[in-house]
Design a protein around this ligand. Structure first.
Ligand SMILES: [Zn+2]
Length: 387
């Protein structure tokens, strides 16, 4: 009996001691031991520094994060420890993401010995057009991959559902004659696929626009006409002080205005926009008309949506709680999901009620011969990296 009592006493003491110890570890007043990692994030061809990439180390209790600067450089301070996963991603991390192992040495700054290349983890396709070539930026400048598809492929969801992102150049195809394309693109975006479109490819969104007044319903297109209306009234011109109104884009460019040259006439000028549906990122200060817009608010309500994208089930996109009410979308290995759920995160990307894909639309673009100003090139890079 005495022996049993002794064991019981020992056990409860152990629990007590363990509890006290645990409490002490979790006490936030105890200074944590940290170290710093510095490095530079670049595209796979090592030529283009990646700006505004999220760099983070995630422990069970805390996410340590920072962003790369205009030169792709970062300095991340995190809890000291060996063989930690250092993540880098752009956008939601489901299309561009890399993970390397680092040792965070206590009270020291450790520079990475190699450039940190941002890998493409999504599947991309492009539909070539007549007036621009976004694929020049994506493939030649950044060194990523995209498959060329044709106007027949995009008429059926099966032709595009393997892709995470579809780029549609200006003058790619006259959509208004093909309602099949509308259905396929509607299901693609609702199922989580992202679209990039420029200038005349507005037709794919709202249907045939050309020069008709905005009161006249647009034929075809899958986005409700009431959300945006454009007309081909833009002339050959320069907007010297286009206003960059998106904070993310301001960070990416390092400034809040830019010069945009429209080298072709008859570009789609946006006449009306629903600000609850679209986010305006760049405007023309002369009339406040949007020059670059995006949305992730489209969903067609189809309950039998196809599976869209190349998503690898070992990678999971979640909405992480940073504390003080702010959230951040990150993509992590599936083995890390339980820890994140335990501190109150949720599945899927943040601020995306339907988990739909992004639609980015720009009135300007690069030229077919690849000519482009530095600012416009950076904006196109931003869109590619954040789709
Ligand atoms: Zn988390």
């Amino acid at each position: 009996m005495r022996k049993l009592l002794a064991i019981a006493l020992f056990a409860s003491l152990t629990v007590l001691l363990f509890s006290c110890k645990k409490d002490k570890i979790e006490d936030i007043s105890v200074p944590e031991i940290t170290g710093t990692i510095t490095g530079k994030v670049v595209s796979p061809n090592n030529r283009t520094p990646i700006r505004y990439a999220l760099v983070f180390i995630s422990t069970a209790k805390k996410l340590y994060s920072t962003y790369t600067d205009l030169n792709g450089n970062f300095s991340l301070t995190a809890a000291a420890g060996t063989a930690q996963n250092l993540h880098v991603q752009t956008g939601n991390g489901d299309k561009f993401r890399s993970v390397i192992q680092v040792d965070v040495v206590a009270n020291q700054t450790t520079p990475l010995t190699d450039l940190l290349r941002l890998n493409q983890v999504g599947n991309f396709a492009f539909l070539a057009g007549s007036f621009d070539k976004i694929e020049n930026i994506l493939i030649d400048s950044l060194g990523y991959n995209a498959q060329s598809i044709n106007s027949t492929n995009i008429q059926y969801i099966a032709g595009i559902s393997n892709f995470d992102v579809l780029f549609i150049d200006c003058g790619a195809y006259n959509a208004f004659v093909n309602p099949n394309t509308d259905t396929a693109l509607s299901n693609f975006v609702s199922g989580g696929g992202s679209l990039y479109l420029s200038d005349w490819s507005m037709e794919f969104l709202t249907g045939q626009s050309a020069l008709t007044d905005c009161q006249v319903p647009r034929y075809s297109g899958f986005i409700p006409d009431a959300t945006v209306c454009s007309r081909r009234t833009g002339g050959v011109s320069v907007v010297p002080n286009a206003q960059v109104v998106s904070p993310e884009l301001q960070y990416y460019l390092g400034k809040d205005s830019m010069r945009i040259s429209y080298n072709l006439g008859s570009w789609e000028r946006i006449q009306a926009i629903d600000n609850n549906f679209w986010q305006t990122m760049v405007t023309d200060p002369t009339d406040n008309s949007p020059l670059l817009i995006r949305t992730n608010q489209y969903n067609n309500g189809n309950i039998n949506l196809p599976f869209v994208g190349s998503r690898d089930s070992s990678q999971v996109t979640i909405c992480h709680q940073l504390g003080n009410g702010t959230t951040i979308t990150i993509t992590v290995d599936s083995s890390a999901v339980a820890d994140h759920m335990a501190h109150g995160d949720s599945m899927g990307s943040c601020n995306n009620p339907y988990q739909s894909g992004w639609i980015y639309y720009t009135t300007f673009h690069n030229e077919h011969n690849g000519q482009i100003s530095e600012d416009v090139k950076h904006i196109l890079e931003f869109m590619i990296l954040n789709l």
